[in-house]
Design a binder for this molecule. Structure first.
Ligand SMILES: Cc1cc2nc3c(=O)[nH]c(=O)nc-3n(C[C@H](O)[C@H](O)[C@H](O)COP(=O)(O)OP(=O)(O)OC[C@H]3O[C@@H](n4cnc5c(N)ncnc54)[C@H](O)[C@@H]3O)c2cc1C
Length: 297
């Protein structure tokens, strides 16, 4: 795939780019190509000129991803600084670049007296990842705050999709892999910056107490099933601390998998499958992966 002729770009295009340093698990193979567009037009021109058969996917902070050890075919697109701006549009609305972090969105909201976006403080991803995953925490999720988003589709065309077209359910949107979210509008409600900061602090402290934030991890591994909490089922199945090679089920939060050192992605994924099997045997519940697993085994 690296012998492909690709359209010329103004941003940065890297062949055989290691993805492990770019994802939270710090494991996995290379992207055939990694493209960091200079701006939206650069991204559009690139996609318009790229052979339609070449697969394309976006990478945010890699906080919900297992990149398999055989690497990712085609082009992985990472939105850099040009996509990381957050600006106030009106008293309660922010325009957020697809590459902006949850910390930047929530602190810009605070500075502008916009409440209701505090939960994004605690999700370690980008706006593009939040919109794609319907990211949520502490009783709120993206579908509660999104007005619309700008998406560059595989053909290179750009479209503005309103909330109603995203097909949101729990940790799911109908966005496809080749669609790149380059901006989104989030709406909150008027609030006092001090009170907003206090809520952000409360959320951060709760996080710190319950999750292995300083580990190589991928966030919640499985979606909560209708019948209860994934972490409880994993715990009851006796998987707390279970390990396979360098991969381990977190002792602190049983719905988190951890790379304890030099785990391969194959070990992390196989441990997840072992947990699913044990939970199924114990309770009959089939846990569904929340973490996206991408690339060649
Ligand atoms: C310690 C920790 C705690 C976490 N807590 C939470 C939590 O409370 N709630 C929660 O919902 N999640 C949580 N997560 C998971 C993760 O942070 C979210 O899923 C987040 O939305 C992923 O964002 P990202 O930008 O890192 O996306 P990535 O992990 O890079 O990618 C995830 C998916 O989004 C797609 N994507 C990324 N950027 C774009 C884009 N610009 N356009 C289109 N698609 C894109 C990718 O292709 C992939 O399919 C946690 C993760 C960690 C490590």
């Amino acid at each position: 795939m690296t012998t492909l002729t690709l359209p010329s770009v103004r941003g940065k295009l890297t062949p055989n780019a290691p993805l492990a340093p770019l994802v939270w698990f710090k494991s996995g193979g290379t992207a055939d190509w990694l493209f960091e567009p200079r701006d939206v037009a650069d991204l559009q021109d690139f996609l318009a000129g790229l052979a339609p058969a070449v697969p394309v996917m976006a990478l945010g902070l890699g906080s919900n991803l297992i990149v398999r050890d055989g690497g990712v075919p085609g082009v992985v697109i990472r939105l850099g600084k040009a996509f990381a701006k957050v600006e106030k549009i009106d008293e309660v609305t922010l325009n957020c670049g697809g590459g902006a972090s949850g910390i930047l969105v929530s602190s810009t909201a605070r500075d502008n007296g916009i409440a209701g976006l505090e939960f994004l403080r605690s999700i370690p991803g980008t706006v593009g990842g939040f919109v794609r995953m319907n990211g949520g925490a502490y009783g709120r999720e993206v579908k509660d705050v999104l007005i619309d988003c700008d998406v560059v589709i595989r053909s290179g065309e750009i479209a503005t999709l309103p909330l109603s077209e995203l097909g949101y359910t729990y940790r799911h949107s109908d966005l496809t892999d080749g669609s790149i979210v380059v901006a989104a509008r989030f709406r909150g409600h008027p609030g006092e910056p001090d009170a907003i900061q206090a809520e952000m602090d409360r959320i951060s402290a709760a996080r710190e107490a319950s999750q292995p934030l300083r580990s190589k991890t991928g966030g919640s591994t499985f979606k909560n099933p209708e019948s209860g909490k994934a972490w409880e089922l994993v715990d009851k199945a006796g998987c707390r601390g279970l390990s396979l090679g360098g991969a381990q089920v977190s002792e602190k939060h049983t719905n988190f998998l951890i790379n304890t050192g030099e785990a391969t992605s194959a070990e992390i994924e196989a441990l997840g499958e072992e947990v699913r099997k044990r939970v199924k045997d114990m309770s009959g519940v089939e846990l569904e992966w929340e973490i996206k697993r991408i690339g060649r085994p």
